[in-house]
Design a protein. Sequence first.
Length: 94
Amino acid sequence: MKTDKPIHYLVDYVPPYFNVESIDLKIDLHDDLSKVTSTMKIRRHPDGAEQPLFLHGRNQVLEHIVLNGVELASEKYQLTDEGLLIEHVPDFFE
């Protein structure tokens, strides 16, 4: 049986660089679209020093990002086909 999914081995496991302490989702469902507003509190794991934040997600349309009360300029993050990458984040943020 062939599968297109990658195989992950336990020996390659790396703990996450960030811990999500809380998440609040507001979901608005409509016939033609869904809008999700996410508010998260995230803390860097001690072993994750200087690691970027990557949030997996496909087919996203991003309206804006607010980090610790400040809206991020578009050059401060990258939205890819696989998710959202923010290169520089503090050790704790929401």
